[in-house]
Design a protein around this ligand. Sequence first.
Ligand SMILES: C[S@@+](CC[C@H](N)C(=O)[O-])C[C@H]1O[C@@H](n2cnc3c(N)ncnc32)[C@H](O)[C@@H]1O
Length: 402
Amino acid sequence: MKVEIEKLDHFGRGITHINGKICFIDKALPGEVVKIKIIKDSKKYMVGKIVDYYKLSDDRIDEVCRYSDICGGCSLSHLTINEENKFKCMKVKELLERFGSISSEKVCDVICLDEYGYRNKVTLHGQNSLLGYCENGSNRVFNVDKCLLANEKINGILEILNKMSFNESIDEAVVRCSNDSSEVMVSLKGDISDYSSLRNVVDTLIINDEVLLGDESIVSNIGNKKFYVSDGSFFQVNKNLTKKLYDEVLDVVKCEKPKKILDLYCGTGTIGIYVSDYTDSVIGVDYSKEGINDANKNKELNNCKNIKFICDKVENVIDQFDDIDMVIVDPPRAGLDNKTIDNIKRIAAETVVYVSCDPATLGRDLKYLSDSYDVIEVKPFNMFPRTYHIENFVLLRRKNNG
Ligand SMILES: C[S@@+](CC[C@H](N)C(=O)[O-])C[C@H]1O[C@@H](n2cnc3c(N)ncnc32)[C@H](O)[C@@H]1O
């Protein structure tokens, strides 16, 4: 069947309509005319697969990854990076308008650095002596010995792990690298007895939660701050753009000079520590024991005397805080719960910074906050180039009546 692609959906899939029913087609671009076969036809939608091209978009590029046909990770690797950034900007505008009634004028252009090689962490799955990612839309694992999104150091380790997986039963492999590539941590799960090939190439080796080589964490840097990162804790994956994102928060702190800052969903304490030189005190909250353990070590490492961390769910402790000048939130994709939003309004800090990795829940939360806070600006950061994901920085200021 010959169809013309109308636009991209928010997952980067091409959209067309067949007899009025919406049809999603992977790796198809607006304006392209393609031959498809229907691989799913449900009541509400269809899914098509490209079998031939009649007209190609000028924005299409050759895919450079050898796994691009089976891997679902890089859904936009057939599109120029400029067009990817325009698509992501449009996506943020649409979702914030739809869920948050935020005017698109508030949304700035996308900030993007490296197209490839930006990731400081990958997670691979093991299956039948294969070690890699899951095939698009399935649980079947395909072998990956080089991921273009990961930095060189990680790819060197992937080659070794692939050879190891022929003899050892690896269920999962997490490979992490410090942002300057000087330290590597490998954490494996499975039935593994011979790890000699990793001995001279990793700084930390953890197998089934037991530290077998090196320390329990590696040290990574963001700007002039250093951070311990251990196996279970969250750490931003884009090694260069994270600094730009944190600089954005730092600029607000330098400009508004808040005396007391609350850093909610603080992970390893990174944002709070990054801005701590420019404020009187910071309180960080995260429910991850590993995260807060690292955060407390990071406080010592950076000689921060004015920061304290609480290990608990934000919603369990948020009603204890008063007299805060700035609240920073960086929640997971689910966004903020109602109790947290109500308490952010009650605390009534002059400034709120919302860092979000999901524009839909971000829009919803901005709407709930809108009776007390104005959105000043939204800056999308392309932390995950070639995928459909996008991070946002939002600056909010308390309304006079708030
Ligand atoms: C997107 S990460 C942000 C981490 C940190 N701000 C950074 O930039 O590295 C979200 C964090 O929220 C934490 N988290 C998730 N749900 C939580 C909850 N209900 N209460 C407290 N922390 C939570 C996770 O442990 C994770 O560290």
